[in-house]
Unconditional design. Sequence first.
Length: 392
Amino acid sequence: MVGVLLALGLAACSKQQAAAPAPAGPAKVGVVVMQKQSQQIDTTLPGRTRAFQSAEVRPQVTGILQKRLFTEGATVRQGQPLYQIDAASLRAAEASAVAALAKAQASQRTLQATAARNAELVKIDAISRQVYEESQAAVTQSASDVAVAQASLDNARINLRYSRIEAPISGRISLSSVTPGALVTANQTTALTEIVQLDPMLVDFTQSSTELLQLKRDWEQGRFQKVAGGEVPVRIRLDDGTDYPLPGKLQFSGVIVNATTGAVTLRAVVPNPDGVLLPGMYVQALLPTGLAPDALLVPQQSVTRDLTGRASVLVVKEGDVVDKRAVELDRAIGSLWLVRAGLQAGERVVVDGFQRVKPGDKVVPVKVDPLAKKEARKVDAAQAAAALKAAL
């Protein structure tokens, strides 16, 4: 009986030894080698788009609106007719001014002839000197009357021309606030419509004085170099996260800090030939503020943070042993972090498989390109979407 039990125990032990897995070797991890590189430093600032020019259209004469001569929302050119006001009374005023001018001119000719005769008669003492001087004064007064009549005629013709309201600038026209049959008055407070010039477009954005001071200190300490060139390019990012394809140019930088917000206002001029940008849109301006000549960039997926927010990475040291390293990060540049301190050029940082290892483990490091993997995932996603679309 004892022999049977001993035999069964030996058989069970042999089965457990056969089922036990062989000890695993070092885990494979993907690493990137830190390399110094020249990196342009951009500052992302919130902003709003503004029309390059805008004009509110108002009538300059009083009358009944007869016609609207434009399509709402269309593009109009400078001088294009927009509205027609009933001009019957204005044409009557012009005719009256023409008649008044003719009367003044006729009176002037009569007085000139009288003054010419009196000039001859006064030489032979046929009339008194007073009569002669009065005739000369009448000629001078008639010239003034003609000038007044001519000015009245010019004003009547200007008002008649204003009966057709024209576009003061070229651009896209808004909705009309009036319809034919409405009474409009000269210089009324309510605009008939508005025209905005959309190409180019202005982008106003602000930067805090604190950021400007920090950037100045970085320049003085030699961490960043100023971007060369008289014109600073500005890239625009739309509200949906996509980049606007055309670069803009920084037009001016405010020199006065807003006492309420503590910010400085900047303005960029951006080409807008296709009308993608509209006034009032929220955008982000990417302004190149400097150049880091010896920047170290680490992928964001390799960085972990503890409960206090301190950042750290896993570094593969000599002998392929994993070590945990605290790092100081400056700012995000795309999918990378700009490292301020904690890493040196040539060190290997774990970016793939760090969940399977811990500090002190021996690993098999494999160099990877995280940006290439990201592009590959984009291509795979695009191909999957295309296949799904074809299947539907």
